[in-house]
Every structure is written in C-alpha cells, then in structure tokens.
Design a protein around this ligand. Structure first.
Ligand SMILES: Cc1cc2nc3c(=O)[nH]c(=O)nc-3n(C[C@H](O)[C@H](O)[C@H](O)COP(=O)(O)OP(=O)(O)OC[C@H]3O[C@@H](n4cnc5c(N)ncnc54)[C@H](O)[C@@H]3O)c2cc1C
Length: 337
C-alpha cells in the first residue's frame, strides 16, 4: 500500500467533514488533504446545534452493534478532550441533565447511553417538583456538550498546522474532482443534490440563543422543549422538529412557542437576554450513510445523514469512514483506488 502522495478531498466543513479530516491526518499521515466547502463555521448546521451528547432512540447506523460502537467511541473521544487542558478552547464541557415527561415514561429513558454515562437514574419525588407541577416521570443524568462554534475553528487550526488545505468552493458534481485519488462526501443536506438521495430528509429545527449565566443544568420537557446551558453564560432554548421542511427563515410562531414552553419549564429564563434566533436542517436518514461508492470512476466514501445527532456521534462515524478507505487501499496496491 502506498499512502504517499495521495490527494484526498473532504467535501464539507461541518462537524462531520472536520472530524473525517482529523481522522485522515491520523491514519494517512503522508497524504495531501483538502477540505472543500461552500459554508464554514457559523454558516453550517453544526453551529446551530447545542451539541448535547444525547442520541434519540431513532438514531440508527447499519446495525445495532455499529450504532453502539459509534456512540461509545465518540463518548470516549469527547471525554478525553473534556478532561484535557484543551477543553475550553475546543468547546467541550460536562453537562448535568433533567428530562421530564407528563405522559410517557419511555421519553425519560435512553437505552443507547444509560450504560455509558457516569450517572443515569430516575428522579425522586422532590426532583419531579423542580420545574412546576404535573411531571410524572423524570430522569437525571450526566453527559457532555460540544459547542461547534468553538470546536470547528479549534480543529481547523490543528488541521492546517498538520499541513491540511482549505478551499471555499461549491462542488456541483463528483465528476469535477478527478484530480483527487479519494473523496469523502460529508455534505450533510447537500447530499440530497450531490447524490440525488431520496432517503435524505430535512428535519427543520429552530432555537433561541440567550444569555443566562446562572443556568448550570439542562432541562428537557415534553414536545421537544429543552433548555441547554453552554459556555460563556449562554444557553440554547428549543425547539421543534419539522419533517420535510426546507424553510430556513426564522418563524415568529416557532419562536413564541419555544419561548413560552421554555419559560414554563424554567421560569428564571424570563430574565434572560435574547442574543438571537437560529434555524437549521437536520440531515435525517435511516440508516446514516457511511459507505464507499465508485462514482464517475472516482472512489467516494459517503459520511452523511446524521439527523439530530451528528455532533455527538461525528468521531465514531468518521473513524468508520476512514477505515473503509484504508481497507480499500489495502486491497488495491496502486495509489489510485
Ligand atoms: C436545531 C438543531 C439542534 C441540534 N442539536 C444537536 C445536538 O444537541 N447534538 C447533536 O449531536 N446534534 C444536534 N443537531 C444535529 C447536528 O447539527 C447535525 O447532525 C450535524 O451538524 C450534521 O453535520 P454535517 O457536517 O453533516 O452537516 P453541516 O454542518 O450542515 O455541514 C455540511 C457541510 O457541507 C458543505 N456542503 C454541502 N453541500 C456542498 C457542496 N455541494 N459543495 C461544497 N460544500 C458543500 C456545507 O457548506 C457544510 O460545510 C442539531 C441540529 C439542529 C438543526
């Protein structure tokens, strides 16, 4: 296997492209890696996310085992940074969470992480009264949070220090990438057009960013209501999940609903200063697509369709995507795959 002088393109600079580029620099050290994207940092869906490590039960890889491997690997990856001196710069912080429901016990459980996080337990009677009346079920757990507005620039600096290149450009077709030996497709919702993938559906989300430095704990209620504190005293209030909606405009009715539901859950938020409103499209696909395909004679490894869980699980899927390429390289002695 000759790994030298490989020209590799990673299309997409959200959390998935960024994670794949980092993993590539580890596994294929002598190759030339270029990240190509038409949007960076705060203009990506990744920067709309609060970035909580909490998979929904609907999150699915190709098998249950692989799904769990992705989640477990990612937890260890993020924990390692969180426990290092880089944590603040990389935007990783620990997060205690209460999740309540008035109607359904299962909403408060999470079979994908209960055995992974250091604490996951049912709430006692007093805790069920913390956020007003009527909460019948509740769990408390300790997780972590990744803030992409810090993580993406931090990762980009390391990528460039290790010789990586960055190109701002829209890719119209994989056929325009003939100069590369290997391409990673990490375009999130962009794959709808690049791959004509009918299984990829947007789930629209809207959030309110506020300044509320007194908040140290995250609270979830019914109907996608969540309050997630972050670094710098800021917090994310959500939310909504609108299937098959491409609307990127801030909707004033969604804002009003989010504000009312979050203030009902955590009344001290009425004193919080609103910083802004954000909209993003979750690239939803079942299963998440991590596989190799030869397109226009070019070896393309896809890594997209992470829905509402791409930030937390990015390191795990990036590792698999790069491993798929390394295995293909091993099968083929020529540097052109
Ligand atoms: C409101 C909301 C809340 C969320 N909360 C969480 C959470 O708490 N935890 C969590 O884990 N996840 C959360 N998510 C989901 C998470 O944001 C996504 O799963 C993740 O950002 C997907 O990352 P990505 O890199 O695939 O996509 P993106 O961040 O959208 O990046 C795609 C990249 O591809 C580029 N691109 C696309 N098409 C082309 C093209 N043709 N040519 C060149 N470049 C192209 C774009 O410019 C961009 O750089 C949330 C999402 C939303 C909307």
């Amino acid at each position: 296997m000759d790994k030298r002088n490989l020209n590799i393109a990673v299309i997409g600079a959200g959390v998935i492209g960024s994670s794949v580029a980092k993993e590539l620099q580890k596994e294929l050290r002598n190759s030339n890696i270029t990240v190509i994207a038409d949007a960076f940092h705060e203009d990506t869906a990744s920067c709309v996310a609060a970035g909580i490590f909490r998979p929904g039960p609907s999150f699915k890889g190709p098998t249950r085992e692989i799904t769990k491997q992705w989640i477990d690997y990612s937890w260890n990856y993020w924990s390692k940074i969180m426990n290092s001196s880089d944590a603040a710069q990389a935007g990783i912080m620990p997060l205690p969470v209460y999740i309540f429901s008035k109607t359904n016990y299962h909403v408060t459980r999470n079979h994908l992480i209960e055995d992974l996080v250091p604490v996951y337990r049912e709430c006692d009677v007093d805790e069920l009264k913390m956020c007003g009346k009527g909460w019948k079920y509740g769990s408390y757990y300790l997780t972590l949070k990744i803030e992409c507005d810090k993580y993406l620039p931090w990762n980009e600096v390391l990528f460039k220090q290790n010789g990586g290149k960055i190109l701002k450009q829209k890719v119209e077709s994989f056929s325009s990438l003939k100069d590369y030996n290997l391409v990673f497709n990490c375009t999130g919702m962009g794959s709808k057009y690049l791959c004509n993938d009918h299984d990829l559906v947007p789930i629209r989300g809207q959030v309110i960013k506020v300044n509320a430095p007194w908040l140290k704990t995250s609270f979830y209620g019914d109907y996608d209501t969540y309050v997630i504190p972050g670094m710098d005293g800021n917090a994310t209030l959500g939310g909504c999940r609108q299937y098959d909606s491409y609307n990127m405009e801030v909707d004033k009715y969604d804002s009003a609903s989010i504000w009312e539901r979050c203030c009902d859950l955590v009344p001290s938020l009425k004193k919080a200063k609103v910083i802004g409103h954000k909209v993003g499209l979750r690239p939803h696909r079942v299963p998440v697509r991590v596989e190799r395909e030869v397109m226009h004679g070019l070896s393309v490894v896809h890594c997209y369709g992470h829905g509402g869980y791409g930030v937390m699980v990015a390191p795990g899927t990036a590792k698999t995507a790069v491993q798929i390429a390394v295995d293909a390289l091993k099968r083929n002695s020529q540097s052109k795959l």
